[in-house]
Design a binder for this molecule. Structure first.
Ligand code: BF8
Ligand code: SF4
Length: 630
């Protein structure tokens, strides 16, 4: 029998403790210490009932002061805060998508960026009625990119990608008046609605939160994913490794961290150039080792097999190994702490985007037009920094696990085809998966996503919930920092089938897949929307009827709230392990935890205890099965 040995929390935490000793030695601040300084958190903020959107305030709601100076009550304040949180996330994902569209617009046959998946480009052009016949692929790319960019600000109509949804879903969005129009318009309207003296009715605020979320998931994020695939290739299953043990003692270590693959792809390309490797050898290193952090790790792992150093709460850990020559970042989820922390070591902290400027960093403005030159400069800086490493401070935890990543929808369909029709042409259907779900070989599926959050033990909820779901024949698709949690623990390798119930184990053996399928970064949750939609279409039911739920057990960011909104609006019940900041309003709780289900067929469930959260998911999946009569 193939064996799987999981990395335990104790092993991980012991290694972190050693890294924290180094932090003490060099006088570095760490998040572990700052959490203590920030606890307990402000209760008004935590419950969402502090308002500071005008300078008559800030106003805080208490039993003795039930209204702000303008007269807004707890429900209006919590509702406005929730919508603003959503708008922040939607803007962030969608702006990432916009950058990718710009990169696509900059492609040329002899340029820094090329079209790597012309087939996917032509498919999207076809969806959008853009002529392709007899045209140069780059002409098509530029027209598709421009059309995509116009989606952000078009004056009329709704988002083009909505047409990809099943008919039932499209009808629900139309009925509820939540079809997103221009992507930017939904963010703008959210900010307008939450300006002093505009909306204070929770229902209206929640409806706009759903619409603003949809403009992300079925707009900006979907553009980010699809055009990243066109530019850098649609992911296919590929083997790699995960955890801090992927850093190498005798190589130049470069961490790529953030989200936008336009940067990380170039860094990977340049780190592989013979002249760069020769330079590293001149400096006394054996070569150049690029490792990923956070969503960038997912992006480069699934397209190149670049190894993943860790997830959100490990970004400081990587620097604390003392073995990192450069942390190269673009946007989102980057701790401003990395600047001062790097100063305690030889590490260069290199920021590259005007969107994420940070103190104590070296700024090299990265642009698609100069990408090659920018990447050359960055890799050179890292290589030349190797000689400055202080060997006395180097400690690299030995922990790492092997994993298989890169299950795009296209890859999943291809895998299903090989199982059912190994000698027949690709049929392009999820029907085999539908059959497994219908027959009960698989009880259901969970899309597990999201971050880490020091309010709960690092990665614990992700891993414990995943293990229990696998044992219950529930297959997992994962993305973002949840994906890395699975990979680091050892759940993303084929041997992990041994932890599954009999049905899921059989599916893993037949399809030769791990039971936890890596679908990418957080913008790639749009892939999950298309997967669920595809299953619903092949089953002939609406998404809300499927035995499939979403889960973000350790979420923290505004992006996660935007995601939650579009996942729920897509009809997928969403389970949260961190309480959203709305608890101070009974009306907001009722809306998000119950009432939205009447509108879109799904709602949020919140439970801080991972065991109970998992049980609630299993119950919901079984309820859905019963309702389908299976
Ligand atoms: O977008 S899972 S901590 S890295 S927000 Fe951030 Fe959360 Fe990680 Fe990617 Ni997503
Ligand atoms: Fe206070 Fe109203 Fe101003 Fe908010 S908008 S800070 S509740 S006065």
């Amino acid at each position: 029998m193939e064996k799987v040995t999981l990395t335990t929390f104790e092993e991980m935490e012991n290694e972190v403790a050693k890294l924290l000793e180094t932090a003490d030695k060099v006088g570095a601040s760490t998040w572990q210490a700052r959490v203590k300084q920030q606890t307990p958190h402000c209760k008004f903020g935590e419950e969402g009932i502090c308002c500071r959107i005008c300078s008559m305030g800030p106003c805080r709601i208490t039993p003795k002061a039930p209204r702000g100076i303008c007269g807004c009550d707890a429900h209006g304040i919590a509702g406005r805060n929730f919508l603003r949180f959503t708008a922040g996330g939607s803007a962030t994902h969608s702006d990432h998508g916009r950058e990718i569209c710009h990169t696509l617009y900059c492609t040329a046959a002899d340029g820094n960026y090329k079209v790597k998946d012309p087939e996917k480009l032509l498919r999207i052009a076809g969806e959008w009625d853009i002529p392709t016949e007899g045209r140069d692929i780059y002409d098509v790319a530029h027209q598709v990119a421009e059309t995509a960019l116009l989606e952000y600000g078009k004056p009329f109509g709704t988002q083009r990608f909505l047409k990809r949804a099943n008919k039932e879903r499209q009808a629900i969005w139309a009925r509820e008046g939540i079809e997103p129009r221009a992507i930017d318009r939904e963010v703008s309207q959210a900010l307008h609605m939450t300006h002093m003296g505009c909306s204070s009715e929770p229902e209206a605020l929640v409806r706009q939160a759903l619409r603003c979320g949809l403009s992300d998931g079925w707009g900006g994020s979907m553009a980010g994913t699809d055009f990243s695939d066109v530019l850098f290739g649609t992911p296919k299953p590929i083997d790699t490794e995960a955890n801090l043990g992927v850093l190498e003692e005798d190589m130049v270590n470069i961490i790529v961290h953030g989200h936008d693959p336009s940067l990380s792809e170039m860094i990977v390309e340049w780190s592989e150039k013979p002249e760069m490797i020769a330079m590293a050898k001149e400096m006394g290193a054996k070569g150049i080792n690029v490792a990923g952090m956070c969503c960038t790790a997912n992006e480069v792992a699934m397209r190149h097999g670049i190894r993943m150093a860790g997830n959100f709460l490990q970004q400081e850990n990587a620097v604390l190994t003392g073995a990192v020559e450069a942390v190269v970042v673009d946007v989102q989820c980057i701790f401003p702490a990395l600047g001062p922390l790097s100063k305690c070591f030889h590490t260069k902290f290199i920021t590259t985007s005007n969107i994420a400027r940070m103190p104590d960093s070296e700024f090299i403005h990265f642009s698609p037009e100069n990408a090659g030159e920018n990447a050359r400069q960055i890799v050179t800086m890292a290589v030349q920094n190797f000689k400055n490493r202080n060997q006395d401070l180097v400690y690299i935890p030995k922990m790492k696990q092997k994993c298989t990543v890169g299950y795009s929808c296209e890859a999943i369909i291809k895998t299903l085809d090989t199982v059912t029709n190994s000698h027949v042409d690709v049929t392009g259907t999820y029907k085999p998966l539908v059959e497994c779900l219908e027959s009960g070989v698989l009880r259901g599926a969970v899309a597990m996503v999201g971050c880490n959050n020091p309010k709960v033990r690092h990665d614990y909820s992700h891993i414990e919930i995943m293990k229990k779901l696998l044992a219950n024949d529930i297959i997992l698709v994962v993305s973002g920092c949840s994906a890395q949690a699975a990979a680091k623990a050892g759940l993303m390798c084929r041997e992990a089938k041994e932890l599954c119930g009999a049905g899921l184990k059989r599916v893993c053996e037949l399809a030769n897949i791990p039971p936890v399928l890596h679908m990418g970064s957080c913008v790639d949750i749009s892939r999950m929307m298309l997967l669920v939609t595809g299953v619903a279409k092949d089953w002939g039911v609406d998404t809300a009827q499927l035995p499939i739920v979403g889960c973000a057990p350790e979420w923290m960011s505004e992006k996660a709230v935007s995601i939650g909104n579009y996942v729920v609006a897509t009809g997928i019940e969403t389970f949260l392990g961190i309480t959203p900041q709305i608890e101070g309003s009974s009306q907001m709780k009722d809306l998000l935890y119950n009432k939205v289900r009447d509108w879109v067929g799904a709602a949020f469930t919140v439970e801080m205890n991972p065991e109970k959260l998992c049980d609630a998911m299993i119950d919901r999946i079984e309820e859905k099965r019963a309702a389908l009569g299976i």
